[in-house]
Design a protein around this ligand. Structure first.
Ligand SMILES: N[C@@H](CCC(=O)N[C@@H](CS)C(=O)NCC(=O)O)C(=O)O
Length: 222
């Protein structure tokens, strides 16, 4: 079988989710770091987003599709359970997180720090402040979701957790979201517990200089 190539910069939560899934499944692959909207990404994703994947003649984009392909083509423990209810619940949480949580926690809040469009490059306080009331409600929802079993679905680490954990990790890197985490005890415990998992540690993103120290500080503070 040809070697699978996963293309995309490691700090991307969606790249990280795919890498956790590949590690959980035990699939060997080559990780090619590339930013969105670069030629190797644009060649596969119609909107230039990461991750994208190549496996022989098969080219795919979208993290959920990549994980489905990996799960169905490679041997190893199934990422998706045979049980239709559990499988649907996993899809439900992936969809909820990707359509409700990611746009606010990462695209609006985190990116207002990391890639602010302010004239002097300082964090975009207006976007941050506007995100916080929504985040407060969403943290409460996610805290309740993991409270009983420490997982999003059932009592094992599933694709729903692999998809959510990278997003949650970044919440420990900024002050307001760290405060929200501290008040969400089930979510905080969930983050600490699953960040220690081998597949998550092995795939921890490579940050550039200042970001590395920041991520480390955030991890210690969270
Ligand atoms: N639905 C996509 C989302 C991928 C995505 O938004 N990736 C971000 C990086 S985390 C990106 O490429 N952003 C560039 C852009 O939106 O133009 C997936 O699940 O793979």
């Amino acid at each position: 079988m040809p070697e699978l190539e996963l293309i995309g910069a490691s700090p991307s939560n969606y790249v990280w989710a795919c890498r956790i899934a590949l590690a959980e499944k035990g699939v060997p692959y080559k990780h090619v770091s590339a930013k969105p909207h670069t030629p190797e990404v644009d060649a596969i994703h119609p909107f230039g987003k990461i991750p994208v994947m190549r496996h022989g003649a098969v080219e795919l984009c979208e993290s959920r599709a990549i994980c489905a392909y990996v799960d169905n083509v490679f041997p190893g423990a199934k990422l998706m359970p045979a049980d239709p209810v559990k499988a649907a619940q996993i899809e439900q949480w992936i969809s909820l997180v990707n359509t409700e949580i990611d746009p606010v926690w990462l695209r609006q809040y985190l990116l207002a720090y990391v890639f602010p469009k302010t004239p002097d490059g300082s964090p975009d306080r207006a976007l941050i402040e506007a995100a916080l009331p929504k985040m407060e409600r969403q943290f409460a929802v996610m805290d309740r979701a993991v409270a009983s079993s420490g997982h999003l679905v059932g009592d094992t680490f599933t694709l729903a957790d692999m998809n959510f954990l990278p997003i949650l990790f970044y919440m420990g890197t900024r002050p307001e979201s760290t405060a929200l985490l501290q008040r969400s005890s089930a979510l905080k415990h969930y983050l600490d517990r699953h960040m220690a998992r081998k597949s998550v540690q092995e795939t921890f993103p490579t940050f550039v200089s200042g970001q590395a120290a920041q991520a480390e500080r955030a991890e210690q503070a969270a």
